[in-house]
Each structure stands twice: as structure tokens, then as C-alpha cells.
Design a protein around this ligand. Structure first.
Ligand code: UGA
Length: 435
């Protein structure tokens, strides 16, 4: 099928590339000319494992094109996906300016039937506004008889595993109003042998916000239980296992730590609260989720402060900067809050992250922050080693060697990657979460 993807951010680029990989002819459009010029040269705007190879192959085989001209792309495609960003406003509400602009551009450029599918994460009722915008602008062009449909098909891709998630979804959600739209999307998603949940547009929009909010809630729940574990001397990893093996609960997203970050959960929880408020519904279960999440970082920083006594002039090694492994994304990353706080208290920070150091260098500038070459370089001479992101190479580090090169053997682990018993045995003071 011929598809246009508008917006080549993380969702658009992965979606477009994967649809091309499945044999469709995909045109990816972005108004950022530099990004398009780079993509044409096969320079990726983000780090996502496997993406570059897939883009390269599909470009070479002629199924994937990049352009900054929306006009041509819209004219040639029957299905157009809106994948632009919906950033938060100051009050947490989603800013849908880009969605509206794209809807208007589609209306100004379409010349035959189109199915316009929203894949950006948007609040419920966005589909109605998109439809209204297109209608108004078609009428303005004197083309009010041109037929179109609007649909919603939210994505459930995790950064760092986006290609795998696209190719192996648990379910596909399509929110439609007409048979024609349903048939087109069913044809496009035919290669996937998973349940397709066909709903009205509003339900599909709600599925996305409700899914992310539920996962965020699960994380906050386990984090709050981890605090009780610390008080009474229980072990949160064992509690989570015992709880999660109940199929009704499920074991994923029950890892206690320093809370959720990234560009999705914090933003989507805020936006969901806002849209519910707008309709007079109380989602305080989510305001609590959000509060627990920010407290979790604060409590972790306190753990570092308490174990060092005086933070000023201490050398603290921070392992991991990205909000989770497998990405260079620093949006809402706990590392930034932790480093900023420790720097403000006069600490010297050495840090290492396999992917996120260039981006971090642009965000935090301090003569007391040093980017290191690897874990051992960070650990050398440190008063304390803090684990913020659970990259595999941190899990594999030689702890005996770390102990020898640190000034004092103290590891504070926000991701529970080591066994406390083993740490005790080799003589490293080890503080983790809920254990
Ligand atoms: C999330 C969802 O998982 C995707 O399904 C969704 O499509 C995406 O948002 C989106 O809306 O675009 P992502 O933000 O990439 O994906 O990251 P996750 O893997 O879900 O992790 C989010 C945060 O939760 C990370 O900071 C992670 O460290 C934290 N987390 C996750 C925990 O603290 N504990 C857990 O058990 C799991």
C-alpha cells in the first residue's frame, strides 16, 4: 500500500520504516529540512537499536522515501499517518498545535479520498477536531465534496525496543467511523497475527492514555511498597515476584527503582489528568502516581546524601544517564535531577553512559562534571558509585576490581541490579531500593 507518514520523530520514523519493511511504499515527511537532508544521507536523528540498518535497506530497495514536501506525499497516498509531537504545555495539557497544522496541510493538498490516521499520543476527542479542521479547510478550498475518513491507531512502542515492539505487538488498536477506514487499516495490519481491537475513535484514543497511565501506576505502586519493605526489612524484588506471578497482575512493570522517566509516561499521565479534569472526572489516582514518582527520586538523592554525610567536595560516580537502557534519551531522566542536585551541593561528578553523554553534555555544563571513558574510569577514586540506568555493561562489571579502585567501597543502586548478599560477601557497602 502507499502510505505517508507525517513527522519523522521516534514514532514516525520507526512506524514508516517498519511499514516499508513489510512491503509498503512509504513516504516520510517532516518540515525540519535538516532532518530530512540527514535521513536522505542515512544519518539517524535518534539512537534506536536496529533502525539504521532497516532504514538503509528499505531506502536502497526503493520502499522508503524522505521529503519535506507534504504536497507530493499527500497526493500520492491513500493512508496518511499523523505522527507529530504533542508536547506538554506548562499546565500539563497536550499541545496539539502541530496536529492541527498537519490536518490543515492535508486538507490543502489532498486531491482524492484519504484516510487520515492519528498515531501521535493525543487526548480523547482529538479525532473529532482533526475531522472538523479538514472539513473546514476543504470547504474553504471549494472542495467540500472530497471524501475522507479519520481514524486513530495508537502506538505501543517502547524506546530501545521500538522495532521489536512494532513487529511483535500484543494487540493492534484501530478506532474508526466507517467500514472503508476499517478495511483499509485491516489490510495494512494484515501481516500481524495478533488481536485487532476495532473501536470508535474516542475509545482508541482513550486506550493509549489509559495503557500508559496504568503502567505508570503499576510502577508507582511497587515503588511505594518498596518504601515499606525498607522500613520492615523485607525484599521488594521477592515481593514483586510473588505478586507478579499472579496472572491477573502480571510481572512486568513491577521493578522498583527511581521511578519512571522518558518522554511518554510523565507527559501522558499529566495529559490524562488534564483531559479528565476538563470533563469533570477525578483522576486523583494518577495525581498520586505522579507524586510518588517524583518523591522516589528525592528519596534516592537523600539516600546518597545520608550515606556520604557531607556531599561537598565528595567525588560521586554516576553510572547511566539515559532514562532507561537502549536509548540516548534524557527526557525526564532521573540522572539529570540527581546530578544537578549533587552539583548544587558542591560534589564532583564523574559519569559514564554508553549512549547519552553527548546529549547530557549539552544540557548540564559544570567544571565539576566529568564525562568518563567507562565504568572503571568512573569508579577510580570515587567516594560513592551511584547506579541510575541499568545498562547491561554495568551489570557485568567486575565488582572486586571496582572495590579496589574506589576511595571507599560504597554503591547506591537505583535499579537493583546486584545481589545484596554478594555485595556483603565481597565487602562493598550496598544500598538499593526496597531491600
Ligand atoms: C512507554 C510504553 O511502555 C510504550 O508502550 C509506549 O508506546 C510509549 O511509552 C509511548 O507512549 O510512546 P517508553 O517510554 O519507551 O515506553 O519506556 P518504558 O520501557 O515503558 O519505561 C518507562 C519508564 O518506566 C522508564 O524510566 C523505566 O525505567 C521505568 N520502569 C519501567 C520502571 O521504573 N519499572 C518498571 O518495572 C518498568
Amino acid at each position: 500500500m502507499k502510505i505517508t507518514i507525517i513527522g519523522t520523530g521516534y514514532v514516525g520514523l520507526v512506524t514508516g520504516t517498519c511499514f516499508a519493511e513489510l512491503g509498503n511504499k512509504v513516504t516520510c515527511v517532516d518540515n525540519n529540512k535538516k532532518k530530512i537532508a540527514d535521513l536522505k544521507k542515512l544519518i539517524m536523528p535518534i539512537y534506536e537499536p536496529g533502525l539504521e540498518d532497516l532504514v538503509r535497506r528499505n531506502v536502497k530497495e526503493g520502499r522508503l522515501l524522505f521529503t519535506s514536501s507534504i504536497k507530493q506525499a499527500v497526493k500520492e497516498s491513500e493512508i496518511i499517518f499523523i505522527c507529530v509531537s504533542t508536547p506538554p504545555k506548562d499546565d500539563g495539557e497536550a499541545d496539539l498545535t502541530s496536529v492541527e497544522n498537519v490536518a490543515r496541510s492535508i486538507a490543502l493538498n489532498m486531491s482524492s479520498y484519504c484516510l487520515i490516521v492519528d498515531k501521535s499520543t493525543v487526548p480523547v476527542e482529538t479525532g473529532e477536531w482533526v475531522k472538523h479542521t479538514i472539513k473546514v479547510n476543504l470547504k474553504d478550498r471549494g472542495k467540500k465534496n472530497l471524501k475522507f475518513d479519520v481514524a486513530s491507531s495508537p502506538e505501543f512502542l517502547r524506546e530501545g525496543q521500538a522495532i521489536y515492539d512494532f513487529m511483535h505487538p500484543d494487540r493492534i488498536v484501530i478506532g474508526v467511523e466507517t467500514k472503508r477506514a476499517e478495511e483499509l487499516l485491516s489490510k495494512l495490519y494484515k501481516p500481524f497475527k495478533v488481536p485487532i481491537v476495532v473501536t470508535d475513535i474516542k475509545s482508541a484514543e482513550l486506550i493509549k492514555h489509559a495503557s500508559n497511565s496504568f503502567l505508570a501506576m503499576k510502577i508507582s505502586f511497587i515503588n511505594v511498597v518498596s518504601r515499606l519493605c525498607e522500613k520492615v526489612g523485607a525484599d521488594i524484588t521477592k515481593v514483586a515476584r510473588g505478586v507478579g506471578l499472579d496472572k491477573r497482575i502480571g510481572k512486568s512493570f513491577l521493578d522498583a527503582g527511581i521511578g519512571y522517566g522518558g518522554s511518554c509516561f510523565p507527559k501522558d499521565v499529566d495529559a490524562f489528568i488534564k483531559i479528565a479534569e476538563k470533563h469533570g472526572c477525578d483522576l486523583s489516582i494518577l495525581t498520586e502516581t505522579r507524586r510518588i514518582n517524583s518523591d522516589q527520586v528525592r528519596l534516592f538523592i537523600k539516600k546518597i546524601e545520608d550515606s556520604l554525610w557531607i556531599v561537598k567536595d565528595k567525588v560521586i560516580g554516576v553510572l547511566g544517564l539515559s532514562f532507561k537502557p537502549g536509548t540516548d534519551d534524557l527526557r525526564n531522566a532521573a540522572s539529570l535531577k540527581i546530578i544537578e542536585r549533587l552539583l548544587s551541593e558542591g560534589a564532583c561528578i564523574k559519569t559514564f553512559d554508553p549512549q547519552a553523554m553527548p546529549k547530557a553534555g549539552e544540557i548540564i555544563k559544570s567544571s565539576r562534571l566529568k564525562f568518563s571513558k567507562g565504568v572503571y574510569d568512573v569508579a577510580k577514586g570515587c567516594d560513592c558509585l551511584v547506579i541510575v540506568t541499568e545498562w547491561d555493561e554495568f551489570k557485568a562489571m567486575d565488582l572486586e576490581r571496582i572495590k579496589k579502585i574506589m576511595k571507599q567501597p560504597l554503591i547506591i543502586d537505583g535499579r537493583n541490579i546486584f545481589d545484596p548478599e554478594y555485595m556483603k560477601k565481597i565487602g562493598i557497602k550496598y544500598l538499593s531500593i526496597g531491600r
